[in-house]
Design a protein around this ligand. Structure first.
Ligand SMILES: [Zn+2]
Length: 436
């Protein structure tokens, strides 16, 4: 991960762990750091409110009008903020309103799956401008995957007309745990062919911008927290059901990642010792009953009992199983129902351990909606404490197929709103202040 991005994340953690507010901590900082903090504070407020006057900024932050004037003038020069007409006044001159320009910079979000790569160029509210997706054997062909990733990024940036210097950074979602102390590396257990190859380092070298990376379930949870079911601020668990199953946890407003970055790996809870050996080295993991490979195998093993099934013999995908289940295909329905019952084991564990307000399901299989949730609920009733089950809402994500790329872009957006010096032009402004 880019050094400044890592530094910025470390700084946020230190501030949070000490429990000190920005205003109090600024008392022991130098002039440039105070300036940085005030600039970040104003930028976040303008971003959140979308339209706000200088007087209102002063009222909300307690900063002097002259400090606000100087910082706003810098923000206007960077293009992040613009003056957009006048606001309401109960008497006297109408205030000039400041608006945040979501298109001032672009962010690239990359969703690196086990078998495909999707790339989006987004604005500063993670709204997708252009989106690209291609299949590729990501797990076993790292060099090809990186080549394809760069090609998709180049194409998407070109189509979105992103000017030189206007790319804020790149966020990458990966099908691997990411250790907090090794933020640029993938897990050698889950992606052995990627040993010594870091998507973060490659993308930084290719594009010269900050690159952040996190596990796909954590990125999904972040997308829900900012743009989906978690916007109300409640604790949530996001469960991604794709090639494997994993959960991202939002606790007290933060993604909970665990000491080694493997918090929420519910796909590796042992559920059935007869299911064989998992890639993680354990026997009978949930992934061996729930993952894409397992479901395709299950279709083939049950095919004899359902001779009229429309499911194809070859190139069978989860999307096709879901489609046929909706069409009423008995075999497809049985496999989706079984998956729902298996998934309940992982969800029951989460409910008992974390008791989240919401459990949000995303990923290809969850497009089956109630066909998956109904059997899941049936089994959950038998396996989880009734108090946690009745209080937790189970919902399917409404963010759609672009959600992982939006979440990946949000990794960078979050970092830049926490540390405004990640915006290239603001970094220069703050440096000028230090020099004078
Ligand atoms: Zn496992």
């Amino acid at each position: 991960m880019n050094n400044r991005l890592q530094h910025s994340i470390d700084k946020q953690k230190r501030t949070r762990s000490r429990g000190i507010s920005e205003d109090v901590s600024s008392q022991v900082l130098g002039a440039s750091q105070i300036r940085e903090q005030h600039c970040g504070l104003l930028l976040r407020l303008i971003w959140r409110e979308k339209l706000i006057s200088r007087a209102e900024l002063a009222r909300r932050t307690g900063l002097s009008r002259s400090s606000i004037s100087a910082i706003v003038s810098d923000l206007l020069e960077t293009g992040l903020v613009s003056e957009t007409g006048t606001g309401y006044s109960s008497g006297g001159r109408k205030p000039i309103m400041l608006g945040f320009d979501d298109d001032a910079f672009a962010i690239v979000g990359v969703d690196m799956g086990a078998t495909r790569i999707a790339v989006a160029v987004t604005d500063l509210r993670a709204q997708v401008k252009t989106w690209r997706c291609e299949f590729c054997d990501v797990r076993d062909e790292p060099e090809k995957a990186l080549e394809l990733m760069c090609k998709l990024i180049d194409d998407a940036l070109e189509e979105a007309n992103v000017e030189q210097g206007r790319l804020l950074g790149i966020g990458v979602s990966v099908p691997s745990p990411v250790r907090p102390d090794e933020p640029t590396s993938l897990s050698p257990v889950f992606l052995p062919k990627w040993k010594g190859i870091s998507p973060v380092e490659r993308l930084e070298a290719a594009y010269g911008v900050p690159v952040g990376m996190d596990n796909d379930a954590n990125v999904g949870a972040l997308a829900e927290q900012w743009w989906g079911e978690g916007r109300d601020g409640q604790d949530l668990a996001y469960i991604k059901v794709a090639t494997g199953v994993g959960a991202g946890l939002v606790i007290h407003g933060d993604i909970y990642r665990g000491t080694a970055g493997i918090a929420g790996e519910i796909g590796h809870i042992p559920v059935d010792a007869t299911a064989g050996r998992c890639v993680c080295g354990l026997d009978g993991c949930l992934n061996l009953r729930m993952g894409t490979e397992a479901l395709v195998k299950r279709v083939h093993s049950l095919r004899g009992e359902y001779p009229n099934s429309s499911l194809p013999q070859r190139a069978l995908s989860i999307s096709r199983i879901v489609e046929e289940a909706f069409e009423g295909d008995r075999l497809a329905r049985v496999v989706v129902e079984e998956a729902g019952h298996h998934l309940a084991t992982g969800v029951a564990a989460l409910l008992s351990l974390f008791n989240p307000a919401k459990v949000v399901f995303g990923g290809s299989l969850t497009r089956a909606g109630e066909l998956l949730l109904r059997p899941l609920r049936e089994t959950l009733v038998e396996r989880s404490p009734s108090a946690s089950l009745t209080q937790s809402q189970l919902v399917i994500s409404s963010l759609g197929v672009e959600a992982p790329t939006r979440g990946a872009a949000t990794l960078l957006l979050r970092a830049a709103l926490d540390d405004s010096t990640l915006f290239p032009l603001l970094q220069a402004k703050n440096t000028q202040v230090t020099a004078t």
